[in-house]
Design a protein. Structure first.
Length: 310
């Protein structure tokens, strides 16, 4: 569901484009601008290879485009470890090979490079020249929905990176039930583990929104079942009980997903659909209580009670 790309260091290098100096600068600028708009529209992640060494290499390159720093700061960078135990890449082709090796370890939607670098890796189907974005098959066929089975392995396959990278997470499911005797949600703690926060990372907000179906005292007792997972993941959670709602979503600061059947694990097929940014923001407000009236900012839901975990 979440789109993730690797960008070749070459696309920021003016000298990797064809023409005289002015033509190279103009072509580099126009292609970077086009790519930035695609990435921001998709709200995609960009893989910062070698624990951030890729972005440092790009920013320190002597023939980088003047807009490079501005563009890098706009991107959502995700640091990943070295794909192989080799020397740090020191050329555009070596960084491209690092991206290829990284994709072998973990899926990438595409690797975007200059035309010259793409020609050097013509046998790698996932590599696309930045100069051919408008005809790229991966862009034309990109889907905003996915069919999957309702089990924890499928959930982690599509949400592992999302939960790990997101700073704000809202699990919205009116039928969520933490009771261990209700087996449909017994694997929910794995999703909390995937959202783990390292001690050095900024604070992460976890929220669980459901429909009121038992007293606040009983609810606190039921929810103690997920407290160990929260502690182990260095997280806290806020649990909200609303008067009534029916739809189910995952809302984060990097993606929103419409979930037809929430996070129950009955192993049946379901469809998840990525929300537009405006819909995601609207739903986020729908489950944000007004501090005075205790009603949601959108949708007029009434908040019955809330508490923190652990």
């Amino acid at each position: 569901m979440l789109t993730e790309y690797s960008l070749g260091s070459c696309i920021f290098d003016i000298e990797c484009y064809i023409g005289d100096d002015q033509e190279r600068r103009q072509l580099c600028y126009s292609k970077l601008k086009e790519l930035k708009e695609i990435i921001l529209e998709e709200e995609a992640l960009i893989r910062d290879l070698r624990d951030g060494a890729w972005s440092k290499y790009v920013l320190n390159h002597p023939s980088k485009h003047p807009n490079t720093k501005y563009i890098i700061e706009k991107l959502r960078l995700r640091k990943v470890k070295a794909a192989k135990a080799t020397a740090l890449p020191s050329s555009h082709d070596e960084w491209c090979q690092e991206a290829v090796d990284s994709r072998k370890n973990e899926f990438l939607n595409a690797i975007l490079t200059s035309q010259k670098t793409a020609a050097n890796f013509s046998s790698v189907a996932e590599i696309c020249s930045i100069e051919k974005l408008t005809i790229a098959k991966w862009l034309q066929t990109h889907s905003c929905s996915v069919r999957l089975q309702r089990n924890i392995n499928e959930y982690l396959k599509y949400l592992g990176v999302v939960l790990n990278q997101a700073k704000m997470i809202k699990f919205i499911d009116p039928y969520f039930d933490p009771d261990p005797l209700q087996r449909n949600y017994t694997d929910f703690h794995y999703l909390i583990t995937a959202a783990r926060r390292d001690i050095k990372e900024p604070k992460k907000t976890i929220e669980i929104h459901l429909r009121k179906k038992f007293s606040k005292a009983d609810a606190k007792t039921q929810f103690q079942n997920i407290s160990p997972a929260l502690k182990n993941a260095n997280l806290t959670a806020q649990v909200f009980f609303w008067d009534d709602f029916h739809d189910r979503y995952l809302i984060t600061d990097i993606i929103g997903i419409n979930l037809n059947n929430g996070f129950n694990t009955d192993n049946k097929l379901t469809t998840w659909t990525k929300l537009s940014k405006s819909d995601r923001n609207n739903i986020n407000d729908e489950f944000k209580p007004d501090s005075l009236r205790k009603k949601s900012l959108v949708g007029n839901h009434l908040l019955c009670y809330e508490f923190s975990l652990p």
